[in-house]
Design a protein around this ligand. Sequence first.
Ligand SMILES: Cc1cc2nc3c(=O)[nH]c(=O)nc-3n(C[C@H](O)[C@H](O)[C@H](O)COP(=O)(O)OP(=O)(O)OC[C@H]3O[C@@H](n4cnc5c(N)ncnc54)[C@H](O)[C@@H]3O)c2cc1C
Length: 478
Amino acid sequence: MTNTPDTSLLQGLQDTLGAELAADLVLSGPDMAPYCRDWHGDVQSDALAVLRPRDTAQVSACMRAAAAMGLGVVPQGGRTGLVLGAVPDTPARQVVLSLERMNRIRRIDADDFTAEVEAGVVLQAVKDNLAQAGLFFPLALGAQGSCQIGGNLSTNAGGLNVLRYGMTRDLVLGLEVVLPDGRVLDLRSRLRKDNRGIDLKQLFIGAEGTLGVITAATLKLGPLPEQTATALLALDRLEDAMALFRLARRQCCDLMSAFEFMPPLAFTLAQEAMPDLTIPMATDAPAYVLMELSGSGLVDVATLMERFLELAFSEGLVRDGVIAQSQMQAQGLWLIREGMNEGQARRGRHLRTDVSVPLSRLPEFVQAAEAAVTAALPGAVCVSYGHVGDGNVHLNVLPAPEGDADHQIEAAKKLIYQVLARFDGSISAEHGIGRLKRADFQDALPDTQRDVLVAIRRAIDPAQVMNPNCQLALGAGE
Ligand SMILES: Cc1cc2nc3c(=O)[nH]c(=O)nc-3n(C[C@H](O)[C@H](O)[C@H](O)COP(=O)(O)OP(=O)(O)OC[C@H]3O[C@@H](n4cnc5c(N)ncnc54)[C@H](O)[C@@H]3O)c2cc1C
């Protein structure tokens, strides 16, 4: 996407903001380049300007200025989203609103097990600060060194620990939001139970910046797990992984915090990204599971893991396995899971999916979808992995090198979504819709659901300022 800079529009924005504020907040020209692409870098866009407010009052000022000038506002966190939600698509008339300077932890209340943090705090920084106080914010994902709390909330991020702690919306007690007209909606709360009418904060969680700008949140915390047991297990098939998961749900006293499925190709991909990575076991099994139990206080997690694996071996579900003997070894096992993402990115353009089906049907779905892709696209490689304990699988496709990558990506996506429809699945288990999946989302949206979504957007944002064309493209007359 290219941008013909409209200097009069940019000047108008600066004038509306006022010279002093504009000098501090506004970026323009080549400095905007990093703010106009997200993690995978498939698309480099542009913007009229990038605005970087330092506090909630400045966010309000930005929103009022944008609304006065009829500009679209694209809120932005750490740019690790994978569906082009934080990247402008009409650069000449859209500004990026980056929350990166709103990065303060406002308060930590250990007795209430809550913390109030600003939207631009990086997830890893939140976790590290809380850990020092013996507290735990359970959200965990491969992008946690870059993604921000505001982005996590706006995408309702999932990640590695959903099966125990839920999605981001389950981890939040309150929100502070700046509405499209600049007003501040203060929904901050430390209450765990509060049934006073409709829970308004839930509207903004998962909205991908289409209803307002999240500026702060009150997070629901737990005690820091002092003990973890991590195991890498080799299996004969995905069906065994699902049986193992069911067994662990019943036998591990709800202490299972992660259960990740990986194909053997994961090791190759991870080592392509991290050549020094140690792989502690043979890599020729058809399927692998990375599993974690965790707990605090009087629980003996290490013994629980050992006893569970004895049971799993005796039931013939596991053919080989290693248990990490130290924190460092556990981190090494998790690097395999993280490295495989990076390895796929290094292979170039490929299809990323983020689908979910009912748990009980996951193996059948993966088999049917992979068969459809490999039959139609010889040479393309399916990489199915992820948070299978949530019924969520990333069924990615690396195109055959000799063919046209874009054609193969589009064809593979259609085939996978066709199979998915037969399984009553979702095209977005956790990454959201953004701009990348908008057409697929809209095409399958039942009329009544669309009417309700459009009514909510028009009620909160009648001028259609917020993240235009993200999730839904609203026509002028709607
Ligand atoms: C290696 C890797 C691993 C990943 N693993 C997972 C995973 O396991 N689970 C998962 O769910 N996701 C995963 N993701 C996707 C991504 O990290 C999440 O979607 C994350 O929550 C995005 O946060 P961000 O701060 O980077 O947001 P951005 O990418 O900057 O923005 C995402 C969306 O939120 C909106 N937004 C951002 N901040 C605000 C705000 N303050 N107010 C209103 N709207 C806002 C943007 O407009 C955009 O629509 C992964 C990504 C990568 C690169």
